[in-house]
Every structure is written in C-alpha cells, then in structure tokens.
Write a protein that binds this ligand. Structure first.
Ligand SMILES: NC(=O)c1ccc[n+]([C@@H]2O[C@H](COP(=O)([O-])OP(=O)(O)OC[C@H]3O[C@@H](n4cnc5c(N)ncnc54)[C@H](O)[C@@H]3O)[C@@H](O)[C@H]2O)c1
Ligand SMILES: [Zn+2]
Ligand SMILES: [Zn+2]
Length: 343
C-alpha cells in the first residue's frame, strides 16, 4: 500500500506492507480522509525527540473499519469511525480520571512512535477506545477534525472554564484557536475576542461569526483594547493557541485578576513566568496536551448542527500529491488553514 514515511528531515511517498492485527484490541482502518497537523511539521523539523525514524506520519483521520481484533465488541467491519489522536487504554490510573494524554499504556503514538494514518490502511491500538462511530448524518469531512484539533479547541475552552457572560479571549486564530472559539460558544460567553497577526484569519473568525471582536497586536495596543471592552478589568479567560514569540506574555497580560489562562499552544522555546510582575493578579494557569475524551459528544454536536468545522478545509489533495500538500501547508500557501487528504 502507499504510505508517507518520515526519515530524518525528509518525507517520502513509498510502498509499505498492509498492517496486521497484533493485539486483540487492535483494529485496521481503511483511511478515507486525513489531514496534516502542525505537529507533523514539528516531527519533520526534529522537535519531537520520541518520534521514530521510518514511521508513517499522520494522526488526524476518519475511515472505515476493515478488520477488528478478537476483543473488540463495539465496532464492526464497515463502521464509519473518527480516530482519536491519542492512544489510550481506558483502564490505567490516568485514563480512569480522564487524563488520557498521560495514559500509562499509550499517549501520542500514531504517526509518532508507531505507523500513522497517511497511508491507505492503519492499525489502531486500543481501538475500542480510540475510534468513535460517526453518526449517519455526519460525513467523513464533517468528522475529520474531531479527534485532534476540534478536541484541542474544546480542551482549551474547558481548561479556561468558560462560563455564561464571560469575555473569552483566544490568541491565535489558526485551526486550534478557531475550534476553541466554536466550542466556547456552547458555554454562552458574552463575547469572544480573536487575536492574531494574520488579517486573513482574523477576517475569517469574524465572517464565520466565531468572534465578536478581532484584534491584530501588530496594529494596536492589545492590552488597552481588551481593557476598553471589559471596564478596565481584562478578559475573564484566555486561551493561548498561537505559540508565538511573545504570545504567552500577551496571554497573562490581557487576563483580568483571578482569570483562567490556558496554554494549548506548543512552544519551541522556554517561556518566562515573571511571578513578581504578576504578584497579586492571582491567575490560574493550566497547560497541556489534549485529553481528547469528548469525541462522542463533539460528534453529537456536529450531528445536531451546533458545531461545523467544514470551513477549515481550504484545499483537498490526493494521497498521491501529499508531498505537495506538506510543502503548501508549511508555506501556508493561499492562506491555507487545513487540508483534507483524499484516498
Ligand atoms: N495542546 C495540544 O494538545 C495541541 C493540539 C494541537 C495543536 N496544538 C498547538 O496549538 C497551536 C496552534 O495550532 P494551529 O494548528 O492552530 O497552528 P497555526 O500555526 O495554524 O496557528 C497559530 C496562529 O497563531 C498566530 N500567531 C503567531 N504569532 C502570533 C503573535 N505574536 N500574536 C498573535 N498571533 C500570533 C499565527 O498567525 C497563526 O494564525 C500550535 O502551537 C500547535 O502545536 C496543541
Ligand atoms: Zn495533531
Ligand atoms: Zn490508560
């Protein structure tokens, strides 16, 4: 079968044998659509030390069950499923508490330490947990982002504890930030503020009615603007979904006293937490790799028309053209947001 394989600094579309069931909780999925994640670029650029040379990349996908192991009772051949980006057993200390990102028997494996989904077929471990059936009225495209960026956006809104009437500021109007805004709407904040240096993305956040206000910190005094909107207090909650040079600093500066500040972004450099400067502001910081435990709920919200992530797909590429897709994604060609890879 065709597969996109990563070898130190390079990627290659090549032939690989079909995956086999090696554990009774495995399933083999025929991939129908996948996407490229910024984390895939982090692997290629050498920022993910645990990534194994020679693996098939990719962890964001939907597909059809082709084979199931003997212990899988909740899935059948032919089922349409959405995959969780995390592999998790559901039974260890962390899984029992919903912290699946830290599963003792899993973690980020697909497309990192074991073969991922940018291939015609993929083996999914703990498939009874990691795959969620897609409701009949939800297309593969509708469901594509459920197990990764949509879950990450929800995670951001959840870490922020967004409540009715809150002013919720999101730094970074990329795919994750836009998903955080879409998910926050479920909690009825009074206003959502999108902050980015990319005008195209800010316009998109406004046009798609995900944000009530948009600001470009390159063009305004962002702290001042947020204060004007909040009677001088600052935002009730802030999700940092940018990972830029100074965006962590912006996050705590625009937060009001006692606010929740959630760091969803992955940084390539250490950040500074200047405790003397923020003394008395009594902020609550939360950080993390996504605990994607709400896939079923998110698919229900998509099914009910509450959330729609289709607008994130800016182009489609066939698996044959995936190298081109990676090049275009890296260069953010034509204001791209997310790509759908077709099989
Ligand atoms: N915690 C998790 O589990 C998890 C999951 C998925 C992605 N991520 C991380 O979340 C982040 C966002 O992911 P994405 O796919 O949306 O990435 P992205 O790069 O497409 O979006 C980031 C956005 O931040 C903006 N930005 C950069 N510098 C800025 C600055 N100084 N001020 C304002 N805006 C600025 C960019 O213009 C861009 O629109 C990344 O760091 C990614 O690695 C984390
Ligand atoms: Zn990802
Ligand atoms: Zn576990």
């Amino acid at each position: 079968m065709k597969a996109l394989v990563w070898h130190k600094n390079t990627i290659e579309l090549t032939e690989r044998p079909y995956p086999q069931i090696i554990h009774p909780r495995d399933a083999i999925v025929k991939v129908k659509l996948s996407s490229i994640c910024t984390s895939d670029l982090h692997i290629i650029d050498g920022f993910v030390p645990k990534a194994k040379d020679g693996i098939v990349l990719g962890h964001e996908f939907v597909g059809e069950i082709a084979e199931v192991g003997g212990d899988i009772k909740n899935l059948r051949i032919g089922d349409r499923v959405s995959a969780n980006c995390e592999t998790f057993c559901g039974e260890c200390f962390f899984c029992k508490r919903g912290f699946i990102n830290n599963c003792s028997n899993g973690g980020w494996e697909l497309g990192c330490t074991i073969d991922g989904c940018q291939a015609e077929y993929v083996r999914v471990p703990f498939a009874d947990r990691g795959l969620t059936k897609i409701p009949d009225n939800v297309s593969y495209k509708n469901a594509l982002f459920t197990g990764d960026i949509l879950s990450s956006g929800y995670f951001g809104a959840e870490l922020c504890n967004v409540k009715e009437g809150d002013v919720f500021a999101v730094i970074g109007a990329g795919p994750v930030g836009l998903c955080a805004m879409a998910c926050a709407k479920i909690f009825n904040p009074a206003r959502i503020i999108a902050i980015d240096i990319d005008e195209y993305r800010l316009n998109l956040a406004r046009k798609s009615e995900l944000a009530d206000y948009v600001f470009n910190p390159g063009k305004c005094d962002i702290e001042k603007e947020i204060k004007l909107l909040t009677e001088g207090r600052g935002a009730d909650c802030v999700a940092e979904c940018a990972g830029g040079k100074n965006t962590f600093e912006t996050a705590w500066k625009i937060a009001r006293a006692n606010a929740n500040v959630a760091v969803v972004a992955m940084y390539e450099e250490n950040q500074i937490l200047p405790l003397p400067q923020m003394y008395g502001k009594n902020l609550i910081f939360k950080t993390g790799g996504v605990d994607a435990v709400h896939c079923e709920k998110l698919l229900d919200l998509i099914s009910g028309g509450v959330i729609n992530t289709d607008f994130l797909v800016s182009s489609e590429y066939s698996l044959d053209n995936i190298i081109q897709a990676y090049n275009d994604f890296r260069l953010k060609k034509d204001n791209c947001l997310k790509f759908a890879i077709t099989y």
